[in-house]
Design a protein around this ligand. Structure first.
Ligand SMILES: [Zn+2]
Length: 262
């Protein structure tokens, strides 16, 4: 017998699920107050009434009861917004997994109401057909800022002759020389700092086009950046740059990237 505690209502987004026992699942729900693991009993039985309301990436309202010393138990669930394409399309689903993985790793259960709004927005846009690559690049900038890892793209983070450079970076399409990405210092460096910093530590070249996009992705809304076409070459460079930046801070490569890029 489980002693049932007080019932409470919770709205959240299903970030991940894992099987538990014969027919149950532990569901990780992101709410405006942080993420919480809840037990959905009997959800893997064919006739479960809860199953359709606790699909991955859907927004749902649950009625849960408190259980001392274990996960609280979901007694009822009602989907507020289902996202069938994210469940059925492997590629879109993998992007959604990447979104969820970054949110879980960078926040580790900490609370931020803005995170809930951001994830809900990104899942909805992904479901509704936004360009997934552009959306991921925009999401990374927004998430890193929320999590306190905001990269510096506007002012040079380099140091020369013992003093900070701090020049404003205004990349232009006709710039002849590359800028740089300095992982340790967490941002971009001007060409002069790039040249003097090569070989010292983790500095890699950054094209003017990539830097210009990173600035826009950080400062602008998704609707604004979506009005421009991201050139394929720049898209590839941005994906690489951000993978390095994120892996550097997480001290590991996000698992969902193996599914997307091999
Ligand atoms: Zn500089």
């Amino acid at each position: 017998m489980t002693s049932r505690g007080k019932l409470y209502r919770l709205e959240g987004i299903v970030l991940s699920r894992r099987d538990h026992g014969e027919a149950d699942r532990v569901v990780k729900l992101l709410t405006a107050e942080g993420s919480v693991d809840l037990l959905a009993k009997g959800i893997r039985k064919p006739r479960s009434r809860k199953a359709g309301h606790l699909e991955l990436f859907c927004k749902t309202q649950v009625l849960a009861s408190r259980v001392a010393g274990s996960w609280d138990i979901i007694s009822q669930a009602e989907a507020l917004q289902v996202r069938p394409r994210l469940q059925e399309d492997f590629r879109l689903g993998t992007y959604a997994r990447y979104v969820a993985e970054l949110a879980i790793r960078f926040f580790e259960g900490e609370t931020d109401p803005q995170l809930y709004i951001l994830i809900d927005d990104v899942f909805s846009r992904l479901e509704e057909g936004a360009d997934p690559a552009l959306l991921m690049r925009w999401y990374e900038q927004q998430l890193l800022a929320l999590a306190g890892f905001r990269p510096e793209w506007s002012t040079c983070v380099g140091e020369r002759n013992g003093s900070l450079c701090q020049v404003s970076l205004h990349p232009r399409p006709d710039d002849r020389h590359p800028y740089g990405l300095d992982l340790e210092r967490g941002g971009a460096v001007c060409h002069e700092c790039f040249v003097s910093g090569v070989g010292e530590h983790s500095v890699r070249p950054l094209s003017p086009s990539a830097l210009s996009w990173l600035q826009a992705l950080q400062r602008r809304s998704f609707d604004e950046v979506a009005q421009f076409t991201l050139p394929e070459r720049t898209a590839g460079e941005l994906a690489q740059v951000m993978e390095q930046y994120i892996a550097y801070h997480l001290e590991r490569r996000p698992a969902a990237l193996r599914l997307l890029h091999g």
